[in-house]
Design a protein around this ligand. Structure first.
Ligand SMILES: NC(=O)C1=CN([C@@H]2O[C@H](COP(=O)(O)OP(=O)(O)OC[C@H]3O[C@@H](n4cnc5c(N)ncnc54)[C@H](OP(=O)(O)O)[C@@H]3O)[C@@H](O)[C@H]2O)C=CC1
Ligand SMILES: Nc1nc2c(ncn2[C@@H]2O[C@H](COP(=O)(O)O)[C@@H](O)[C@H]2O)c(=O)[nH]1
Length: 325
């Protein structure tokens, strides 16, 4: 089995069929809605909050709200629907979360998307949660994860998941690979390729994206949507704390399984880091779209489908993908 990661792959160009990159269509239908680009900011507390979720939805981008202020979720769904915007939230699998699904149903607040956000998503509790959501909120599009194997994808799809999220440990603030020895860190792109062979429903590639070109590579290897944390962490709108050091601005980015998130030092599988301040997130989203349009033109097509068929070469191998402990 060939093993590789984002930095090991180069896609091979085909003859261009457009006169301008602006002709290339980056839109993607994912579940009940269509979005401008196949990218979603990670559902982490330093990446997304309510105001950013609202502005992303208004501007035609996908978002998934995090689950770390559980008491705010019902009101959030209500507010989004009141403003005629789609509602997309996350849940865990502890007993309270099963009650929360019943609460949503009783209040007739039906999220358009629910993401089951668990480190080791190939588990009976996630399967139980998929069944539970489908029983109480049958019209909600359910994203389940995270998994790193074709068996994981198959089991969650068979349980009723509408999409699965792939990526155990490739994230920038992830230390799962170092603390447990497990995961797709260092071979996330190859794992995505393996999972895509088994998938009959959309996949979200989650973690390890370091450049805009990695979005195109994710599409090539089977993703319908790409979840990104670190590239979104440094913006004016990012909820992470802004910090100034020696006159340079940074923003905090921490893992959802870090001590900072948990407030305790148990089962820590995430770290905190500072990322350079990057200005307005709108500029980053526009640049991502333009880079993706350019990638589509190199693929010799006019839309994202062209990226799924391009040839590629493996140019080198490196297991840490630039990350440090
Ligand atoms: N994509 C990735 O690589 C990773 C992502 N994360 C992120 O960190 C956050 C916290 O994740 P998570 O710890 O799952 O969420 P929770 O802390 O909500 O744990 C969910 C439940 O699953 C149990 N659980 C967690 N891990 C395992 C495991 N390996 N084996 C058996 N049971 C387990 C927990 O019990 P108990 O705590 O008692 O074990 C708990 O009951 C999430 O946002 C997740 O996405 C974390 C690690 C890796
Ligand atoms: N192992 C851990 N993974 C984590 C943690 N918090 C979030 N994540 C995952 O990382 C991606 C974002 O990756 P990036 O490379 O784009 O920065 C995120 O979507 C989660 O799946 C954590 O504490 N530990």
């Amino acid at each position: 089995m060939p093993v590789f990661d984002y930095e090991d792959i180069q896609l091979i160009p085909n003859k261009c069929i457009v006169d301008s990159r602006s002709e290339c269509d980056t839109t993607v239908k994912f579940g009940p809605h269509t979005f401008k680009i196949p990218v979603v900011p990670a559902n982490m507390q330093t990446i997304i909050d309510e105001p950013l979720a609202k502005s992303l939805a208004q501007d035609g981008y996908f978002y998934i709200m995090h689950r770390f202020e559980p008491e705010k979720r019902l009101g959030f769904v209500r507010d989004m629907h009141k403003d005629h915007l789609f509602a997309s939230i996350s849940v865990g699998v502890k007993p309270d979360e099963f009650d929360f699904i019943k609460e949503l149903a009783a209040a007739q607040q039906i999220p358009d998307y629910i993401t089951i956000d668990i480190a080791h998503g190939h588990s009976q509790r996630v399967i139980d949660m998929i069944h539970h959501i489908k029983a109480y909120l049958p019209t909600t599009f359910v994203i389940a994860g995270n998994v790193g194997t074709p068996e994981g994808v198959r089991e969650l799809e068979n349980a009723g998941a509408d999409a699965t999220k792939v990526g155990i440990g490739p994230g920038k603030v992830c230390i799962t690979k170092l603390k447990t020895g497990f995961g797709t860190g260092g071979w996330q792109l190859a794992a995505l390729r393996l999972c895509s062979k088994a998938a009959s429903k959309p996949l979200i590639a989650d973690g390890g994206v370091r450049t805009d070109g990695d979005i195109a590579k994710s599409i090539r290897f089977g993703a319908s949507m790409v979840m990104i944390g670190s590239l979104f962490a440094g913006h004016k709108q990012s909820p992470g704390k802004t910090i100034e050091r020696d006159g340079i601005l940074y923003k905090e980015y921490f893992g959802s399984a870090s001590e900072y998130q948990k407030g305790a030092r148990h089962n820590v599988e995430g770290k905190k880091m500072l990322v350079h301040y990057k200005g307005d997130i709108d500029d980053t989203l526009t640049e991502m779209q333009e880079d993706l349009q350019s990638a589509i033109s190199y693929a010799g097509g006019k839309d994202l489908k062209a990226l799924t068929k391009v040839d590629y070469v493996i140019v080198k191998n490196s297991i840490f993908n630039g990350d440090q402990y």
